[in-house]
Design a protein around this ligand. Sequence first.
Ligand SMILES: Cc1ncc(COP(=O)(O)O)c(C=O)c1O
Length: 448
Amino acid sequence: MSPSDRHQSIAQDRQQREAFWMPFTANRQFKDDPRLLVAAEGVHYTTADGRQILDGQAGLWCVNAGHGRRRIVEAVQRQLSELDFAPTFNMGHPLPFELANRLVEITPGDLNYAFFTNSGSESVDTALKIAIGYHRARGEGSRQRLIGREKGYHGVNFGGASVGGIVGNRKQFGTLLPGVDHLPHTLNITANAFTRGLPAEGGAELAEALERLVGLHDASTIAAVIVEPVAGSAGVVLPPKGYLKRLREICDRHGILLIFDEVITGFGRLGTPFAADYFDVLPDIMTTAKGLTNGNIPMGAVFVRPHIYEAFMQGPEQFIELAHGYTYSGHPVAAAAALATLDIYAEEGLLTRGAALAPHLEEAVHGLRDLPNVIDVRNIGLVAGIELAPRPGEPGKRGFEIHRRCFEQGALVRYTGDIIALSPPLIINPTQIGELIDIVAEAIRETA
Ligand SMILES: Cc1ncc(COP(=O)(O)O)c(C=O)c1O
């Protein structure tokens, strides 16, 4: 059987779809009514039945340079045949060194050290462990508490799920990590519905909630605060103006580390290389993944500033300074994919291209505000969220129906509950943005 015959048999035979336990998916519903993608090029997918689908979500917030990039394909092929794998535990090969050097040229401020992982979830758990280890290395071992935020998404490992604030992602898994607290989320539809860009009001006051948590737990017990500068998975939640700056100030006042989870916002999504650039706020630690390799090979990276790295680089030189790492940290093939991705970003100016496209997306997406059931439209850079009133008694159903209709009509859009999130590849053009929004508009009308 050829690969394409095998694909067809999976597309046509329900039984062939049984064994794969799909992540974050209503398995039975999907397996009865699958939506299968078999190829991709540029800003389009091809479905198993040969239709072209405009990719409105950059794969899953990751294919920032678009699909089918030959340069990455060739770099991966070359690397696989030259050095398929080599360990990085007390051994090395040049690629992760080269990649770290390249990356710290573009990371904000002095986020000058890179620790490699294989995913966003691993980046987050790595960052949380580094934060706790940092304080311990400096003789402040009582600082173990971690603070996340309601509606936050930091992946699915135990640390990330614990600081995360999406109830549905937590409640199946017991008590999670002890010693975690959460800031309030920053979504206020009543006050800010249909705001273009960042909400103007309330930022400093919302950040002051951190002072309350410091008052409750005492700064001497708190290691770090982790936030997504823009929360993607909860349905595009934006920080009001001044919010992140105030968080930074409060962290500084109390010796608490600030971690930005830039797994979605990193690598050009907001029209700047990183969200820290956009907001002009420098975290102590920054987590990334996704766009690092254009989503082509799993890889993540955690960046830290010199004070963090140096706190560990003490004691006898033969000692391992951080008892943490993955078999595939700095994997040569992933690193080759990342290096090729960085070349593309640089040559095509993609890390700032979103700034030029953002006004087109803003204009188009806010044109949806008067459609039936639309209760909010939010946007920043090349990200937009359209929130719909839920069907009575059936939360999430309308979001799914719109996603489904869009797919039938030729666009892939992400839904979380009744929120549609758009995050197209950074190579999209204004005409294609218009096509995407037209398909979403039609789907919203049809499901009214
Ligand atoms: C902000 C953020 N952190 C972490 C993750 C987890 O990344 P991964 O799915 O690669 O583990 C995601 C994934 O969407 C994310 O959006």
